[in-house]
Write a protein that binds this ligand. Sequence first.
Ligand SMILES: Cc1cc2nc3c(=O)[nH]c(=O)nc-3n(C[C@H](O)[C@H](O)[C@H](O)COP(=O)(O)OP(=O)(O)OC[C@H]3O[C@@H](n4cnc5c(N)ncnc54)[C@H](O)[C@@H]3O)c2cc1C
Length: 570
Amino acid sequence: MANNIFTGGNFLTREILCQDVFTPEDFSDEHKQIADTTEQFVSNEIQPINGEIEARNFDLLLGKLKECAELGLMMIDAPEEYGGLELDKVTSMLVTEKMAFSLNFGLTYMCHTGIGMLPLIYYGTAGQKERYLDKLLRAEMIGAYCLTEPGSGSDALGAKSTAILSADGSHYILNGTKQFSTNAGFADLYTIFAKVDKVHFTAFLVERTFAGLTLGPEEKKMGMHGSSTRQVILDQVEVPVENVLGEVGKGHKIAFNVLNVGRFKLGALCVGQEKYALSEGARYANERNQFGVAIARFGAIREKLADVTALTFASEAVVYRLAGLIDDRLATIDKGIDNYYALYQKGIEEYAGECAIAKVFCTESAAKAIDEMLQVHGGYGYIAEYPIEQLYRDERVQRIYEGTNEINRLLIPSIFMRKGLHSLALDSAPNGVFSAEKQLLQGMKRIFLALSEHTLKMFGAGVVKEQEIVLTLADTVIQIFALESVVLRAEKACGTVTGQKEEWYQAVAALWTFKARQNFVHAAEKCAAFLTSDALLESIKSETQYRAKGLLAAKRCIADATSQAEKYIF
Ligand SMILES: Cc1cc2nc3c(=O)[nH]c(=O)nc-3n(C[C@H](O)[C@H](O)[C@H](O)COP(=O)(O)OP(=O)(O)OC[C@H]3O[C@@H](n4cnc5c(N)ncnc54)[C@H](O)[C@@H]3O)c2cc1C
């Protein structure tokens, strides 16, 4: 683990060293063992029955969830005192990543172990945990999370569902409709948000068997066909007061804190999808001949393999850097203290901005990666027989749920601006193999700080209404975090590997830096143009000088290796 504990957002004002970031190259033997167990479970138990899961054979799916629980894969985030394993976030993300290869079984798993179970783990009383947690960990009960309503999605706190305390004070009476609840069709325990007396937003643990709870029909979805998405309809549902989760009126804390982890887990799932897409694309490119040769020999196809490898490397670097940051922070909290989970929540909330970055960056990278790998398949990519067709349909929703990417983008600058970031503190001029990339990163950070200062000067607190500008600021931050994660990962790895592997790390860093600079300049120039600042436009030019050396050779090096391995090479 890293030596320093960094607060959220301070990568924007500090020079971060490679030894300060956790990278996939730092996985321990234990991490790798759990990843292997998950991989084997998915390839032996889930992939062969994907067709049946797609056809919504939920009995089969539930049986597989139980098998998954027997392997301990549901217990990673749960406290030891309730039979959990309480492993680190790196493990949790690694298992989620491997679950991506199970296609939409992975969504069911992620929902159950994430938004389905975490509200109870983080906010439940001892009594509530005793009643439900063990069953959830064994998949004898399945969890669902019901925040969205027909009239309130992004505006989650605008929920209309109500809860009224009974005259004898023994229970609340819930009424309303929750929309798009994943796992709803076979869930046994729903975390439902409703307003007590139409005002106090509150979370409730609601059992499926409670009278008055019914479900709408399965939604007919574009993708994720093998997952359940239904309305949860509440008609005079009596929920015992013991089933209030957390405090009355504090439901927003649960909703938003759980979403932080949900976003970050989704990032990990996307890493797995990118790897899956890449292996499908690379294999297909070797098998398919046109004009008398394998299409993998064409530069057009090879460039896609190289670019998707770089995208995947970047997503992976982002997700595990964030896992390391959160793990370091959580490791400072004494497990024995009473308010452990309150501090734990604060620890995760510290990185709410980075969680939003991971969500946006990884969902968009997965979309791009899957789209490009479908293109490699030509017409066959459009045919259901090939997994890439399903990945393409399944991926789309990821930019919508766990907060749309617009909502996440709007959050990012405001979270960091609230931290009062001002100037860039630099200890030293960049040196070493990646000095040019680090120089560029310093320039990017100075530009972000200048753009946000200018924006704040112009609009003050009214900046939240200037959404077009805020979105461009978010894009600059996302590019900084991702590029820094890539460069530091490559630098750290190059300290331990030699030969061909070292070449790969240097090549992928070169590839990504070229792309990230383009993305950054595009967003920064748009922001400066919105702000009508010629001075900022000039600074962007001078601060983002970077001469890409050997770009074509770097792409070919990565493409060759990917093509040969027929999978992600790092
Ligand atoms: C398959 C699936 C599974 C889901 N699973 C769950 C689940 O398990 N539990 C759950 O509670 N929910 C779930 N959802 C709901 C999901 O979280 C919401 O769909 C999402 O939050 C967006 O809400 P909405 O669909 O009402 O869109 P809206 O909020 O109506 O948004 C429509 C558009 O307007 C934009 N927009 C909205 N507000 C703003 C704003 N202030 N500024 C700028 N742009 C804005 C959005 O970005 C979007 O582009 C699921 C959805 C799907 C499709």
